[in-house]
Design a binder for this molecule. Structure first.
Ligand SMILES: Cc1cc2nc3c(=O)[nH]c(=O)nc-3n(C[C@H](O)[C@H](O)[C@H](O)COP(=O)(O)O)c2cc1C
Length: 166
């Protein structure tokens, strides 16, 4: 698979089999994650890999959609605001950008390994902090369900290159 093929074959899966992704695959994916670039190389990210049924159940309260219950693993990608780069000119915190790059490494590595995933940001952050007992400087940014897909990609609707170039 070349890179374009990999990028095109990643899609948001919302139905997974029970099978927990193999430890070796999760390790490989986390290797791809930790090589992501970040502002000033601060790497202001933390990941919680959840496969325990009880922990998954408590996490479901943060995102009340039936489909996420099928995921045998959810990786919670967090930003550590005490470690992120803040641009001098306007104090912009770059942790969201850093975490986003790492999460896309995660999703593409998962795709390459035959696993499916989905970005989930529309969750209750306050509840998630409580459920995971996160310290105040650590913000959960994305929930990433990951596993073997039991659905198929729908047609990719994307703007053309002309539409996105200035
Ligand atoms: C930052 C971000 C947040 C997203 N949040 C959610 C979400 O909360 N729930 C959901 O079902 N999908 C979510 N998605 C998935 C998008 O809906 C999906 O990526 C988009 O429709 C394109 O489809 P594709 O991923 O299958 O190519 C999110 C995607 C991104 C990048």
């Amino acid at each position: 698979m070349n890179f374009l093929e990999l990028v095109k074959s990643r899609y948001s899966s919302r139905k997974y089999s029970d099978k927990i992704p193999e430890k070796e695959k999760l390790h490989y994916i986390m290797e791809c994650v930790r090589y992501a670039p970040s502002a000033v190389n601060f790497q202001p990210w933390l990941f919680k890999i959840i496969t325990d049924k009880k922990e998954l159940e408590s996490l479901h309260s943060c995102y009340k959609r039936e489909w996420i219950k099928s995921a045998p693993c959810i990786i919670v990608a967090c930003a550590n605001h005490e470690e992120s780069w803040h641009r001098k000119s306007d104090d912009k915190d770059h942790s969201d950008i850093d975490v986003a790059i790492a999460v896309e490494h995660l999703c593409l590595a998962a795709t390459e390994q035959g696993l499916a995933s989905c970005w989930v940001c529309n969750f209750d952050v306050t509840l998630c902090r409580e459920v995971l007992s996160l310290p105040s400087e650590v913000e959960p940014v994305v929930l990433v369900p990951i596993g073997y897909a039991e659905d198929e990609a729908s047609e990719k609707k994307r703007k053309s290159i002309d539409e996105i170039t200035l």
